[in-house]
Design a protein around this ligand. Structure first.
Ligand code: BGC
Length: 735
């Protein structure tokens, strides 16, 4: 009986579904996304199409703003269409976890904060990027959100960049791979991801008026290449265009970057959404922008009535309307938004914290261990922990990407330290200390050894505490937030003086830097060790303590060169600094062109404090037996051996150093390898041919000059252990 009933029910259901499909053929999940989007487009009125092209912020960010009906409450919302079965876009920030801006979804809505993306880049481990992406996507799903405003991949051209902590370093290959894998992880769970901010949004200071000036070849070989690689790997459903101008034209109305480079040359099939408040005219639509986000922040809802009028008047072609709608619909079908909508569900915070911890442990960089003080021996020493709110947690970067309500339970709640200021962005200028206390994690490991704590506010009391101890561990931090850059590379709040005082009181001083960026280290030679912990996320305190005590062998490598100070930079002063607010600012990237970061240092023949790719381990590695094959590209194989006594991970890097007679330095491959003591592994790296090429603007494509190509293998951008060469054939590659 049961069997017969269920068969009847099934048949009935099939007829209903069949009927629905006959009436709305785009519901047929067996059809390719392109076909479904086309079928749906055919059924839409102009008004329905235009409704796809704009949406409001879904937080009452400025007085008078209301959360639109149907919105869950997040950075952005584009209403759905019930008649046609199109779900709303519920868009949330960002790469580092699911934000809950202004606690719009209530104080009980908490999320897992990942370490900063710079820490992710420092892992040099694509699998960690994928896992982090999948983790935050599952939290987005659990909250009913379906679009993640993630995938920050702007190259870090200045160590003072306020959003560098949201980006993945200075090298296009590393950044492209890491952002691409994070996007792939996000979209593996049916959440649509962006890649952002397109393009050349390397400066936060005066980001609304900053004009990034650069030649085409240089742009294609640097920032654009990072986006290109991230898009190829991650296939993001959307690209978010940027606030800044590129060569005199706003990022969100830039025909060159949007129509020519992204859509024509790269064949990008997703849609372009604007950054929030980045649309200045209806003409942006024809220049390649498909959707206006956070529309209340713009002067007008350009992509509403004004766009409709332009279409009716014939100044915007109907074909362009259909193209934009198709791009949005196709992306929604392709990424599961229609067939696999998110369902609110509980979150496994313990499992997710582990993902954040793995990332922190893989990305913390041991910069200096000159006296071999690290790892600390459990129970053997008196330890003084000083500063950095280490009793509370680990800092995070500010702005839209911040998880201001990190998951917490029990006695330690997240501490929020406001940086102050006024205006629209002031709301976001906070350092939130994720509740993972380094002090508690150190105490748990020190066992019988006494661990004291001093806030570090007064150097005098800190020095007195350090004198009483065998080892002093000083935690220092530098806030960085969206909306502006930091004015200098110096640590704020008198923390340099604090370190000096502690180091003078105790030669066994270890500094733990909790910063978004490289900072000046006037005390570099006076301390026994330096650990770069970045912003380390949900389990940062645990991760730092595990590195300090050797439960984890450090394996992070710098994804950004560490200058001695600002005088080594292409632009020692931040463009526009000290000028009138809101005035046009020229950011001259023609100075370094595509020679960003370590390439600039190599070209200028100057030595940073620490090079790109650098990081120490508690074990040692040996490289041998390099074989280089040429032809269409370079294939380099070599042996990596763990020559020390403990297990560890290394990141051997392959750099192109001479290309057909032209000196250069370009990372063409790397791999993170885990090795037991004495173990040897053969690593093979195949270069993306674009990394051997230059961009030829006259021929409109990549060009490889034939000749001998010399490569070096080493542990960072400056240390070459092995070298070899091979002949590469002439080639032209599509742009
Ligand atoms: C940021 C974007 C963010 C958006 C929505 C903008 O100010 O630049 O990265 O996704 O706000 O919050």
């Amino acid at each position: 009986m049961m069997k017969r009933l269920s068969r009847v029910a099934l048949m009935l259901a099939a007829t209903i579904v069949g009927g629905a499909i006959a009436a709305q053929p785009w519901r047929n999940t067996k059809l390719p996304s392109d076909d479904r989007a086309r079928l749906l487009l055919d059924a839409m009125t102009l008004d329905e199409k235009i409704a796809l092209f704009h949406g409001p912020m879904a937080v009452p960010w400025i007085p008078g703003m209301v959360v639109p009906e149907g919105a869950i409450g997040s950075a952005g919302y584009v209403p759905g269409n019930d008649r046609l079965g199109i779900p709303a876009l519920q868009e949330t920030d960002a790469s580092l976890g699911i934000a809950n801006p202004m606690l719009i979804r209530g104080p009980g809505d908490m999320s897992t904060p990942l370490p900063s993306s710079m820490a992710l880049a420092a892992t040099f481990d694509p699998a960690i990027a994928f896992a982090g992406g999948a983790m935050i996507a599952s939290e987005a799903r659990a909250k009913g959100l379906n679009v993640l405003l993630a995938g920050g991949v702007n190259l870090t051209r200045d160590p003072r960049g306020g959003r560098n902590f949201e980006y993945v370093g200075e090298d296009p290959l590393l950044a492209g791979i890491m952002a691409g894998e994070s996007i792939r992880g996000i979209q593996s769970l049916g959440i649509l991801s962006t890649v952002k901010h397109f393009a050349l949004n390397g400066q936060e200071h005066e980001r609304m008026t900053a004009d990034s000036v650069i030649g085409e070849a240089a742009a294609r070989e640097s920032d654009l290449l990072a986006f290109e690689i991230a898009i190829e790997r991650g296939q993001p459903g959307s690209v978010m265009c940027s606030y800044n101008l590129v060569n005199g034209i706003y990022g969100c109305q830039n025909d060159w970057t949007l129509n020519q480079v992204l859509k024509r040359d790269w064949g990008y099939r997703g849609f372009v959404m604007s950054d929030w408040g980045a649309v200045h005219t209806v003409d942006a639509f024809v220049a390649g922008l498909d959707q206006q986000s956070g529309e209340q922040l713009d002067k007008q809802i350009w992509f509403g009535q004004p766009l409709k009028e332009a279409v009716t008047a014939g100044t915007v072609p109907q074909a362009r309307v259909d193209d934009a709608a198709l791009r949005i619909l196709r992306a929604m079908f392709a990424h599961g938004l229609v067939d696999n909508p998110p369902v609110k569900a509980p979150i496994d915070f313990a499992a997710h914290a582990k993902v954040a911890q793995d990332e922190a442990e893989g990305g913390i960089v041991l910069l200096d261990n000159r006296k071999g003080l690290l790892p600390l021996v459990a129970g053997a020493k008196r330890i003084a922990v000083i500063g950095g709110h280490a009793e509370s947690g680990v800092p995070s970067g500010g702005g839209s990407s911040q998880v201001a309500n990190p998951y917490h339970q029990g006695p330690i709640a997240p501490r929020m330290v406001p940086i102050g200021g006024e205006g629209m962005m002031a709301l976001m200028q906070n350092v939130v200390f994720d509740p993972s206390s380094p002090l508690m994690a150190i105490r748990a490991r020190a066992k019988t050894a006494p661990v004291s704590f001093d806030t570090g506010i007064y150097p005098e009391t800190a020095a007195a505490a350090a004198k009483q101890a065998d080892v002093a561990i000083v935690f220092v931090y530098q806030p960085s937030t969206e909306g502006d850059d930091v004015p200098s590379m110096a640590l704020p709040f008198g923390q340099d003086a604090l370190i000096e005082a502690v180091a003078a009181a105790n030669p066994n001083t270890i500094v733990v830097l909790e910063t978004g960026n490289p900072v000046r280290m006037p005390w570099a030679g006076k301390v026994a060790g330096v650990v770069q912990a970045w912003y380390s996320g949900a389990k940062g305190g645990e991760a730092i303590a595990r590195i300090l005590f050797g439960e984890v062998n450090p394996s992070g490598r710098l994804p950004i060169s560490w200058p001695v100070d600002e005088s080594q930079l292409p632009r020692p002063t931040i463009p526009g600094w000290g000028g009138p607010a809101g005035a046009p600012v020229k950011v001259d990237y023609t100075i370094e062109g595509s020679d960003v970061g370590y390439r600039w240092f190599a070209r200028q023949n100057i030595k940073p404090l620490y090079p790109f790719g650098y990081g120490l381990s508690y074990t040692s590695f040996r490289y041998a037996n390099l074989a280089v094959k040429g032809g269409k590209t370079i294939v380099a194989s070599f042996d990596v051996t763990n020559s020390g006594a403990i297990a560890g991970k290394d990141v051997p890097q392959v750099y192109l150093t001479i290309a057909a007679g032209r000196k250069m330095r370009r990372l063409i491959g790397f791999e993170k390898v885990a090795l037991a003591p004495g173990e040897t592994r053969r690593v093979t790296v195949t270069a993306d041919p674009r990394l051997l090429a230059s961009f030829d603007t006259a021929q409109h494509g990549w060009r490889i000059t034939p000749g001998s190509y010399r490569i070096g293998v080493g542990p960072d951008a400056e240390s070459e252990i092995l070298w070899g060469a091979a002949n590469i054939a002439s080639a032209r590659l599509k742009p």
